[in-house]
Design a protein around this ligand. Structure first.
Ligand code: HEM
Length: 196
């Protein structure tokens, strides 16, 4: 496993991040009820609450840095809130107290952004799978931007390739991506495992 990461990292930071996080994405994907073919609106609401609880503190932490990359997630959170309201739910107060590091390199933060931005790619796949089943709910969060996730993902790829070049930066980015996945995995598992 380490060997494949080393080889990949020389070629491309995206390949390295995929290799570093593939098992975590698989664990998340396999364990989320929203991924099941018969997912219900209740499963979607639970997914929104999980994503919101993960995303809001992460975004607040990322926005606190004066240097490095910045990607805005306000639209994403607004779509989560609109979807929750449509389903008759009030958005939860965010009580995730996980301590994200006060010092973190731009490469580490690009690794965290990789997970946040990438989650929208899976969302687009889920949208196509669930749109008819859960209609008339609009599934705004899964649908994402009208243009689809492609343009935003390409913009992120440019930032990733500009900001993650050296082996040390790739290692930092992989650490950030793994930490972001580990946080949502812990939140999914519940309070005894580090959830809010
Ligand atoms: C059941 C829920 C999920 C499913 C079925 C799913 C599925 C997928 C699929 C099919 C892709 C590839 C999309 C494409 O290439 O166009 C993808 C990409 C990705 N997903 Fe998920 N996903 C889910 C949840 C999540 C969550 C909650 C996160 C993060 C918190 C996440 C993180 C990512 C990342 C980082 C990528 C980019 C991978 C890459 O191209 O390097 N996914 N997902």
């Amino acid at each position: 496993m380490n060997r494949s990461i080393d080889v990949a990292s020389e070629a491309d930071p995206l390949t390295a991040l995929r290799a570093a996080t593939a098992s975590r994405h698989a664990a998340l994907d396999a364990g989320l009820p929203i991924g099941a073919p018969d997912a219900s609106l209740h499963d979607y609401v639970a997914h929104l609450v999980l994503l919101r609880t993960w995303l809001v503190p992460l975004h607040a932490w990322l926005a606190g840095f004066a240097d490095g990359p910045q990607f805005d997630h306000a639209g994403r959170v607004a779509r989560i809130d609109a979807d929750l309201a449509d389903a008759g739910y009030v958005s939860p107060a965010t009580s995730d107290s996980a301590a994200w590091p006060a010092e973190a390199s731009p490469a580490y933060r690009l690794g965290v952004y990789y997970v946040i931005e990438g989650s929208q790619l899976g969302g687009a796949v889920l949208y196509e799978r669930l749109r008819d089943r859960l209609a008339p709910h609009r599934l705004r969060y899964l649908k994402g931007d009208d243009a689809g996730p492609g343009p935003r993902w390409r913009g992120f790829m440019q930032a990733l390739r500009a900001g993650v070049r050296t082996p040390a930066e790739i290692a930092d980015a992989a650490a950030g991506a793994c930490a972001a996945f580990d946080r949502i995995l812990a939140l999914r598992a519940g309070p005894r495992n580090g959830g809010a």
